[in-house]
Design a protein around this ligand. Sequence first.
Ligand code: UDP
Length: 413
Amino acid sequence: MLPTVPLADKHVDEYVVPAGEEAVERLRKAAKPFAGATMLHLNSTAYGGGVAELLQSQLPLLNDLGIQATWALLEGSDEYYAVTKTVHNALQGAEVPWTEEMRGAYWDRIRANAAELTEGYDYVFVHDPQPAALLNVLEEEGRRTGQWIWRCHIDLSTPFRPVWEFFEPIVNRYDAAIFTMENFAQPGVTDPTLAFIPPSIDPCSSKNLEIADATIADVLQTYGIDPDRPIVVQVSRFDPWKDPLGVIDAFRLARKEFPGIQLILAGSMAHDDPEGMRFLDLTEEHRAGDPDIHLLTNVHNVGNLEINAFQRASSVVIQKSIREGFGLVVAEGMWKDKPVIGGNVGGIRLQIIDGQTGFLVDSVEGCAERIVQLLQDPELGRTIGQAAREFVRDRFLTLRELEDYLGLMTSLR
Ligand code: UDP
């Protein structure tokens, strides 16, 4: 058996307050026909990054709804993670080397993991490209059972063709493929049923629950951040697509107009992301010892509560991505009534209606201008923040995503 991740105890009833009774009832109704069904979710990390975040919340709720949901992890190796990170970058558009040796390393780990996947499930959700080819191996060995659903979390709109051509036939074996938005789907994905389902955030997680002002003050004090000067934050893995260097540049430009501001760049190191350390070093170099730029990682014990506090303490939340599948951190900021400045890319565009639920920006200068505008006009920030929260309540909370998954499963029956 592949290693499984222990699931928390969560109850759908707890979502009545944040999401509304109607949303809870709709979800219960959608889940009813699947009571007793078995469901496996497979991905490559239990910690760090958006997919782990989603599964932590969603699987316990599926269990509460009577579905027997299991979360299993693909077992990688340094070489395999180096290959899958390259694949991730390539599928988001980067030109990369794509050698026979890399493909061999990918297949080796996939075969080893397939050998561990000995149980059958009614529904198998495979997240992202890392584990995608498991289905091929099971089919070759005549061991395929149940419905297989590929859940793609990345922006696949302009992939580097040689790498996508490797994955296309792999994806075409699935019964269904889920993309965050329509323009992420590649025209060559013709065989699976297609569904377009944006991700969601969990309003009841320790990252998103309301917390006391005193707790926020404690967290700021712990990290030496001045509560009396404005704070801007970006929470992200250290990854070139998240553009932390551009955030620092925008912060420095904004500081010329608005001296005294502070920047928090918080990012955990996902264990399937070997580039993270190197990019953290680059970011640290770019920070150049600036005492008002706080570069924090999970090495500094930055967990969910701290992220929650940083987001709540900020006047402005930034997510200046250059490519972004969705950007859970955008919805997290919006849910906390914050004006979010997001890169005008991918799934961020689903969340931010420019000027209404946040601001979309295309450059360092544009980002700096919006930071200054929001700091100079706190009333604007409040108005946008309120609209942002309502937008997230309507569209981007966990129950809606689960209901969409169940809707897709119903259509596959
Ligand atoms: N996150 C975190 N700590 C960090 C950095 C990120 O808890 O130091 C969380 C963040 O709050 C969000 C998720 O990891 O819930 C990142 O998801 P997103 O979709 O924004 O980006 P991804 O990493 O999946 O590209």
